[in-house]
Design a protein around this ligand. Structure first.
Ligand code: GRF
Length: 208
């Protein structure tokens, strides 16, 4: 069975969605860079090895990333899933996990990389917004796109209502992407991702 390490910083609802999907894979560990991450509670209750590598306890980003890589590599994971992991990772760290680290981002990339995506989407007046699961490359919030879900932006939306609509789709597409990965179905060619095997839609248009 393939082994997954999930990295979180906060609430951990995407981690929970991956765990609850009952995928044919073993969650070897959940690692948080914040000792107070709410998601650690769920992972401990679910019986996973839950570890903290507190970025604030290290003198430099390099030192933090070396400790984080040690913690991850202990489990020899096939896949590292960033699930609301709020630290920018250095190029060497990212290259070490090339092709086996994925991330979920709350926008339709390449639109709105970075923070405050829902606020920026509302300010720009876009009519569709959404979320993306992608392979992680050294450029933040870039990297080959595995799957996207789009949702409508409705009149009267606030950051909170839009975020909630997007989050429902995050919980739908992240477990799907992880499933394809552990089933060995993701093929990356020239920076583009396709899913081999039976018909699989990499684009979701959600009305709700
Ligand atoms: C999600 O919106 C994710 O896309 C973003 O941070 C949020 C984390 O939420 N990167 P959670 O911790 O998974 O609940």
């Amino acid at each position: 069975m393939k082994k997954i390490v999930i990295l979180i910083s906060g609430r951990g609802s995407n981690m929970e969605a991956i765990v609850r999907a009952g995928l044919p894979a073993k969650v070897a560990a959940v690692i948080s860079n914040r000792p107070d991450a709410a998601g650690l509670k769920f992972s401990a209750q679910a019986g996973f090895s839950a570890q903290v590598v507190d970025d604030r306890a290290f003198p430099s980003r390099e030192a933090f990333e070396a400790a984080l890589a040690d913690a991850i590599d202990q489990h020899s994971p096939d896949l590292i899933a960033l699930a609301g992991f709020m630290r920018v990772l250095g190029a060497d760290f990212v290259r070490h996990y090339s092709g086996r680290m994925i991330n979920i981002h709350p926008s339709l990339l390449p639109a709105f990389p970075g923070l405050h995506t829902h606020r920026r989407a509302l300010q720009e007046g876009v009519k569709l917004h959404g979320c993306t699961v992608h392979f992680v490359t050294p450029q933040v919030d870039h990297g080959p796109i595995i799957i996207q879900a789009a949702v409508p932006v409705r009149a009267g939306d606030t950051e909170a209502t839009l975020a909630a609509r997007v989050l429902r789709q995050e919980h739908r597409i992240y477990p799907l992407a992880v499933r394809w990965f552990v089933e060995g179905r993701l093929v990356v060619e020239n920076g583009l991702v396709r899913v081999s095997g039976p018909e699989a839609s990499q684009s979701i248009l959600a009305e709700e």
